[in-house]
Write a protein that binds this ligand. Structure first.
Ligand SMILES: *Cc1c(COP(=O)(O)O)cnc(C)c1O
Ligand SMILES: [Zn+2]
Length: 415
């Protein structure tokens, strides 16, 4: 039995509605399509008690995710820890700070497992047997893994110069990896052409409206984990800008359904200075996004022409938030700070998010006396190149007590 309350695909610009199908662009105005729901059908039926009675996966909110039946792909995905980060609170001088830790998301250690399980479950409902994506790294691994587990054939398209951990982390699942001699924006352009010609489900091209909805699950979890409260301030990393807009959508939905009270949530966006078209537009207080040529160690966020940049900018400014960007050095410093203070090893994108949090605190844009949720979206084991030369090397000695005594003495270690 379908529990779906999905009504249609709706153009974000002109409002034209389409039947549910694998399309992502409006025929009339070329605006992006978004999934629209009949929330009224859920009034009084989608309760905290019902949600809490379900398994701890992202699918406990399935009424608000755009598939008809039960998930056929990624049924275990999501529900990551929300960590009260007391050491970081001290280090940053703030009263209440939480890490939403998607660096341990199941199964491929990034928040992309959320969007992929929705996209692939929907692709199966549409009857596709081959899936694909244009990826900055994490999406490739997630599509490859979730497709393998679901018995789907996959092709992943990536810029040729990604980190080893991202390439291996896709290849191990037996997918076909196509490395493009170009930047992500070139990969994406090619994939639009391939999607039209080959008839595959490209998770972030023709099934993008469904894919993007998966990001809402991160927001739902945060609110439930805060004790059914909307967060006050949320800091989100931005590549296309989609995650930022969807966390905001998740909060609006929970308010509308009476699951949380409106808390005046402010959204804050984080980018790397080497690829900061969205944060720049916010700082310049314009809604024009100027595409850039990316150059940053935060490769998973390196989208020079962000599809949802305009909408992310609007959400940030409408909610009274702000955006900032940080240098490669600041990214590495923040990765180390998170690891040394909270024992969480995040990838470069996480360094961007925490680095920007520090900067916004210094500027007074984030309020130190109100709770802050920092979204950590990927795992550090996949971007080892970035910190390889930044950490202490092992001190190699013979396996003798005498050798250790000498080392201990030289290091000033007391017995
Ligand atoms: C893809 C990605 C993001 C941002 O995604 P968008 O929704 O495109 O803004 C953030 N963090 C990590 C680690 C990612 O892989
Ligand atoms: Zn339109």
């Amino acid at each position: 039995m379908s529990t779906s309350i999905v009504r249609a695909l709706k153009c974000r610009e002109c409002g034209h509605e389409y039947e549910i199908q694998p399309v992502h662009v409006c025929e009339f105005c070329f605006g992006p399509l978004e999934v629209a729901y009949d929330y009224d059908k859920l009034q009084g039926k989608f309760t905290r008690e019902l949600i809490e009675s379900r398994p701890q996966t992202m699918w406990r909110y399935k009424e608000l995710l755009p598939i008809d039946g039960d998930p056929t792909v990624g049924a275990q995905n999501g529900f990551t820890p929300l960590v009260r980060a007391r050491n970081l609170e001290k280090a940053l001088g703030v009263s209440e700070l939480y890490i939403k830790n998607d660096s341990v998301c199941y199964p491929t250690l990034s928040f992309k497992d959320r969007v992929v399980s929705v996209a692939l479950s929907k692709a199966v409902e549409f009857g596709f047997t081959t899936v694909a994506c244009a990826s900055t790294g994490n999406l490739a691994g997630s599509v490859a893994a979730n497709a393998a587990a679901a018995g789907l054939k996959s092709y992943v398209f990536i810029p040729h110069d990604l980190e080893q951990g991202k390439v291996l982390g896709a290849g191990i699942f037996g997918t076909t990896i196509i490395g493009i001699d170009g930047a992500y924006d070139d990969v994406n352009r090619l994939c639009s052409e391939v999607a039209g010609k080959y008839g595959w489900a490209f998770v972030n091209v023709n099934v993008r409206p469904f894919y993007a909805e998966g990001s809402k699950s991160l927001g739902y979890e945060v609110m439930e984990q805060l004790g059914w409260k909307a967060p006050k301030q949320v800091v989100v990393p931005m590549a296309s800008g989609s995650l930022c807009t969807k966390i905001h959508k998740s909060i609006k939905e929970f308010i509308q359904l009476g699951l949380v009270k409106d808390n005046g949530t402010r959204m804050y966006g984080a980018q790397a200075t080497g690829c900061s078209p969205i944060s720049r537009s916010v700082k310049e207080q314009t809604d024009l996004i100027h595409p850039v040529k990316a150059s940053t160690i935060a490769k998973s966020l390196a989208i020079g022409n962000p599809a949802d940049g305009f909408y992310a900018n609007r959400v940030i400014r409408d909610t009274g938030g702000w955006a900032e960007d940080v240098s490669d050095t600041e990214i590495i410093d923040a990765m180390k700070l998170l690891a040394e203070s909270e024992g969480i090893f995040t990838e470069t994108a996480g360094g961007v998010t925490l680095g920007v949090t520090k900067k916004l605190l210094k500027q007074g844009k984030l309020n130190r006396d109100e709770p802050i949720v920092v979204c950590i979206t990927g795992n550090g084991l996949k971007t080892q190149e970035a910190i390889m030369n930044e950490i202490d090397k092992p001190r190699v000695i013979p396996a003798s007590l005498k050798a250790f005594d000498e080392l201990a003495h030289a290091a000033g270690i007391e017995i």
